[in-house]
Design a protein around this ligand. Structure first.
Ligand SMILES: [Zn+2]
Ligand SMILES: [Zn+2]
Length: 496
């Protein structure tokens, strides 16, 4: 430490090579005997890669019938990978054991006897790279941290935090035409189906009033070219006629098939004007998803454990929560959307932001951990993941890889059920495998908790019921809270 006193303190801490801990990340679902990828990262005191650590790290799998050796990861300059196969069906956790002090346990790995019909894949479709310089991480740091490029962000997402998909969504006002072309090209270049998928995207909206009263949205495209020909468009909030939400939707509809684009409102309840979601302009066809959680906190409802813009300590923008703009307010108005969680990383680390401006996120009490999105995908392909997102077969978490399944009858998260097809009250089956002890698994009807289970351990398999008869316009979703504070929000099932 302190080798470069000319650099801001936060940069010195990010580049500190001294190892303080390990992290091990493994795929969440696999068939018995199938090779799965394991990533081991040596981390420094702020959770950045500790470049000073190299060496073999033995791996052990803890499963239903005890512990078994599973080879080792060779860590070089802080990062190592291994492929392991687990033969026994059931829930396992991978342990990385470098020493008594340096050890880590992965989140759960669910191994099925046969090829799983759907795989749980993790991603982040809301992240930024082009503000690192502007946010105290001055350009001198580039030679030490690597340049803030789209390519570097995708390498980090794939190789360091073990995501399956990602989108770098820089602000439209900060992207040049050349940078947009690079964004599109890198999404194409980094996609290697079965290993990693990158979606081209950007953020529409602005906090200074350019696109007043409409809020922020990230626009994520299925692929880099429209019908294989024209590059996907960058429709900016500063240009006519895409400076209004309806103008953006109309322009998108004219240029891109609606099934090939997602418009995702985010930090919908962040106060201060120009940043919150205006539900008057919700578009059910394009806005299939809304972001429930990011480093700003949760936009689910007033009173969440991670409130967006936490005011008692000052908050980041000192604006507080915007009442009436939470996701529950949209659901109560009949808007139908699924849930994602994003990192909203501004430091080039999709799914795993460490710093925001001069702050180490984990050391503040006004920023929350970076969120990530899970999809239940039939195939690990560009279309398999995008189709799962469009189908709302997805959920958001506060970063922990909690495995969540839920269904009302045969209809999984994100689906729609006609009220006439239900003879009794709604019964939602929830199956959760936590990354730690689960303190609550709740069934929410639109805005109200109607049933809950408080399991003793890290797994729950329960049927949660609403005593009231279902009504068209209701929706039901499962919210999970762990004892360590991590949360998951499954996309609602809508009663039509
Ligand atoms: Zn934003
Ligand atoms: Zn953003």
């Amino acid at each position: 430490m302190r080798e470069r006193p000319d650099l801001p303190e936060v940069v010195q801490r990010l580049i500190d090579p001294e190892v303080a801990g390990l992290r091990v990340i493994a795929a969440s679902s696999a068939a018995a005997g199938e090779p799965i990828r394991v990533t081991v990262e040596a981390q420094n005191a702020v959770g950045a890669t500790a470049g000073g650590f190299s060496g073999p790290v033995p791996l052990v799998v803890a499963g239903p019938s005890g512990l078994s050796r599973a080879g080792e990861a060779t860590v070089e300059a802080g990062i190592g990978h291994a492929e392991i196969a687990i033969g026994e069906p059931g829930v396992h956790r991978v342990q990385a054991l470098a020493s008594d002090r340096l050890r880590a346990v992965s989140d759960p790995v669910e191994v099925s006897a046969d090829e799983p019909a759907q795989r749980l894949l993790w991603g982040d479709i809301h992240s930024h790279i082009r503000e690192r310089r502007a946010q105290a991480l001055i350009s001198d740091a580039d030679e030490l941290m690597g340049p803030p490029t789209v390519a570097a962000a995708y390498e980090w997402a794939r190789d360091v935090i073990g995501l399956h998909f990602a989108s770098v969504t820089d602000h439209d006002l900060k992207l040049t035409g050349a940078e947009w072309r690079e964004t599109i090209e890198d999404a194409r270049r980094f996609t290697d189906e079965g290993r990693f998928v990158a979606f081209p995207g950007y953020e529409w909206g602005d906090s200074s009033g350019m696109a007043m009263n409409y809020g922020h949205r990230h626009v994520v495209y299925r692929r880099s070219r429209v019908r294989g020909v024209e590059p996907v468009p960058l429709l900016r909030c500063c240009d006519q006629p895409t400076n209004t939400a309806p103008g953006l939707y109309a322009a998108l509809r004219g240029l891109v098939p609606t099934e090939d684009v997602l418009v995702v409102p985010h930090h919908t309840a962040r106060g201060g004007g120009n940043t919150w979601m205006n539900w008057d302009y919700f578009d059910p066809e394009l806005e299939r998803l809304c972001e429930v959680f990011s480093i700003w906190g949760s936009s689910e409802r007033m009173g969440d454990p991670w409130p967006i813009e936490y005011l008692p300590s000052g908050g980041y923008f000192k604006t507080g929560e915007a009442r009436g703009h939470h996701l529950q307010d949209g659901l109560a108005r009949g808007c139908r959307f699924g849930f994602t969680a994003g990192s909203e990383s501004h430091d080039g680390r999709p799914g795993g932001a460490i710093v925001h401006g001069p702050y180490v996120i984990a050391e503040t009490d006004f920023l929350a951990p970076p969120g990530i999105t899970a999809v239940w995908a039939e195939r690990f392909t560009r279309d398999g993941i995008f189709d799962a997102l469009r189908a709302r077969r997805c959920y958001g978490t506060s970063g922990a890889r909690i495995i969540v399944r839920c269904a009302l009858g045969d209809t999984p998260m994100g689906g729609e059920v006609p009220a006439a097809s239900l003879s009794g009250p709604a019964e939602v089956r929830a199956e959760v495998i936590g990354s730690g002890r689960i303190s609550a698994c709740e069934l929410v009807r639109t805005t109200e908790v109607v049933d809950s289970a408080a399991p003793a351990g890290d797994r729950v398999c329960v049927t949660l019921c609403d005593r009231r008869a279902v009504r068209p316009g209701d929706c039901y979703y499962v919210r999970v809270t762990q004892a360590d504070g991590h949360m998951a929000w499954a996309s609602p099932i809508f009663i039509t």
